[in-house]
Every structure is written in C-alpha cells, then in structure tokens.
Design a protein around this ligand. Sequence first.
Ligand code: FAD
Length: 407
Amino acid sequence: MTSAGLSKGVGTAVKREVLISGAGIAGPALAYWLHRAGFAVTVVEKARAPRDGGYPVDVRGTATEVVRRMGILPRLREAHIDSRRCTFLDADGGEVASLDPRALAGGAGGQDVEVRRGDLAAILHGLVRDDVEFLFGDSVDTFDQHGQGVDVTFRSGRQHTFDLVVGADGMHSRTRESLFGPEERFHRYLGYCFAVFTMPNTFGLSHESVLWNTPGKGAALYAVGDSDELHAFLNFYRSEPPLEALRDPQAQLDLVAAVFAGAGWEVPGMVDAMRGADDLFFDTVGQIRMPHWSSGRAVLVGDAAYAPSFLAGQGTSLALAGAYMLADALAAHRDHTAAFAAYERGVREFVTMNQALADKGAARLFPTTAQALEQRNTMLRGLVTAPSAAAPPAHSALVLPEAVPAP
Ligand SMILES: Cc1cc2nc3c(=O)[nH]c(=O)nc-3n(C[C@H](O)[C@H](O)[C@H](O)COP(=O)(O)OP(=O)(O)OC[C@H]3O[C@@H](n4cnc5c(N)ncnc54)[C@H](O)[C@@H]3O)c2cc1C
C-alpha cells in the first residue's frame, strides 16, 4: 500500500460516504485525510462546538510527521507551550529535583510539540470545516448495518445511510459499546484515579509544572505559559476502581478529599479549589485494549480503540497516527474488510509499544511505595545534570506510508 491511496478516490464517480462520531482529535484528523482521498465525510459531535480548553497534550514522533503533512506544524509550533521546568517536591513541599521536562519524557531534538488540547482541536476543526459536514450538538442514536451500508438514526431524529461508520468518540466510546459490548470488557484499570480542574494561579508559576508526591499520591500544578489559571491534578493509587463514585459527583469529591486529608504542601488549598471548581473531571486511569477494532462496516480510531492513558503521554499521537493510517487503508482498499485489516496490521504494534509506556510513566510520576518513591527521587537527582534523554523508540516506531500528494 502506498500513500497514493490517500488521493486515489479523487475524481471517481460515486463518493463513498463516511460518518465519523466524535470531533476531538482523531475525528477531524481522519476527516481531513478521508476528504482528500475523495470520501464524502460527515462528523457528528455531541458537544455544541469544538471543545476548547483542557490540559496540554503532546504531539510526538510519528504524529509530528502526520501534522507536518497536514500543513499545520507551523501553527502548532506557534501554539507550543514551551514548558521550561518540572519541579518535584517531597511530602513537606521541599524540592527533590527541578528538571527540563525533556530530560524526563525524552524529546526528539525540539521536534515534538506540546499544545493546549483545545488549540489542537480548534486547528484541526478549522482545517476541515469547509470541506466536511459537521453536526454539532447531535449524536448517533442507533445504527443498523446491512450489505449495502449503515442506516443511522441521530438523536435529533435525522436519518441517513452511510457506507461506513467510524467511532472516534473517545475513551468511553458509545460506538464501541454498540458494536462490541460494555466498556468493562476492554478497559484495563491501571490502579489510579484522578481529578483535574482549573484554579487561580496564585503561586506565580509560569511555563512550568510542580509535582508533589507521597507514596501512592500525587498533586500537580501546571502553569501553561503565563496564564493566571493553573491546571490542577490530584492522582491517587487505589487497588480497585471506585465504581460507585464514577456515577456520583459528590462521592468523587468526598473520596478525593478523604484520600488527601492531612496532606502537606498546597494540597489542602487544592482540595478546597476542587470543591469549588466548575470544570472538575474525575476518572480512573486506564487503557482500552481490544482484540479487533472493526465490526462489519464500522471501525474505531483513537482513544475509542486504543486509549493508552495519560501515563503513556501518547494518546494524541496515537489518535493522529491512527487516523492517518485508517484513511490510507480505506483509500487503498475499496473493500472495507480488507481496509480495516490493513489498518490494524499497520498500527497494532505501534499501539502496543506506546501503551507499554504507561508502566514507566506510573513509576516516574506516581510511585506507590516509600521505597519506589525514594528510588524515583534518586533517579531524578541523577537527571538534573544529565543531557535530555533520547525519545523512547515507541514514539517513532510507525513509519508512515509515503508523503501524501497535495490535492
Ligand atoms: C488528564 C488527562 C491528561 C492527558 N494528558 C495527555 C498528554 O500529556 N499527552 C497526550 O498525548 N495525551 C494526553 N491525554 C489524552 C488525550 O487527550 C487523548 O488521548 C486524545 O485526545 C485522543 O483523541 P480522541 O479524538 O481519540 O478522543 P477525544 O479527544 O476524547 O475526543 C472524543 C470526542 O468525541 C466526542 N463524543 C463522545 N461521545 C460522543 C457521542 N456519543 N457522539 C458524538 N460525539 C461524542 C467527545 O465530545 C469528544 O469531542 C490526556 C488525557 C487526560 C484525561
């Protein structure tokens, strides 16, 4: 298969119609490449507009090449957050080590970018909004596959038959549930729960993050640029997922407050801020692992199919690279079954390698025992004087098919 496949459909008589559910990262990226390949694309997103704000995300390795081919790398470089320091603190707030973030995650010589998630989503949407139909504030109610296509009924009542349906609807994908069954079958719990929210930057932090740890608990403040708001993050180990709390916002607040009761540093103020936050998001840390990503005329991409968790730091990059590879496979193979098989063959190993990074991320960011924390701190002190670590091979393990010809 060559990338010529990505322009193959242009000019053919009948455009194949694809519905993408989800306008996060994978959805608009896939829409871009499918449109270029001559597909008629509709994207349905349950939110009323592209979701802005949010925590910073990384575009690394292979995904950097994807955004370069989309022509948006210069804009992403402009939006690059340029975090300059990551400071680790002990239980009392004393400094353990202060590092260049690249010394920790590995950086490909200034090639990778870190941007606000909302900035990336807006840039992707802006790139395709004139070429693709977006249905905001709507979602798929039911879909029914048959030999000729997929009959879709939307929540709004609208109905249409598509050739193919793609679930790009994130970690808790409804498309996945409809096709393959409940999330529990595919969700691999990684032992942590987290709460993220924003709070005022009363600490004077700028272009930096601060991470406080005790065994099994972590509290982070992330200053994106010179913003007067901070991303606050409370993360804790729990052997079993708190299933009841996932359905009960008040129970989430109480659980986090109980776990961090008596903690030092600025943690009490963070817990207070969490209680007053209007953007609190609480979840378990987990991955999506599936034996197959397609069923009939429907297929999954991004977090819906292979969320790696923030501990791997590769969710956005997998979403971008996966979208490219799925579009390439669909353009190269008229038969969707062959296309989905090619997509899976092309991406599976890359996904596995990047999901495996989560273990290292957990050990580095949230050690669960006093001994592991001490080892981690010793390692960090060693990194203070070391040059930036090389990027993990997993980031670039996927070599994209040849460059896409300009439309
Ligand atoms: C706290 C946290 C920190 C993170 N940090 C990083 C990081 O440092 N680096 C990194 O690379 N990644 C990070 N990630 C992960 C990253 O945000 C995702 O992996 C990435 O956005 C995946 O893109 P996606 O398009 O597959 O899913 P999403 O971005 O989740 O997009 C899914 C879209 O589908 C929509 N949707 C959901 N259900 C429906 C429905 N039924 N119908 C229609 N639309 C629907 C949603 O509204 C959303 O717009 C982090 C995630 C979290 C939670």
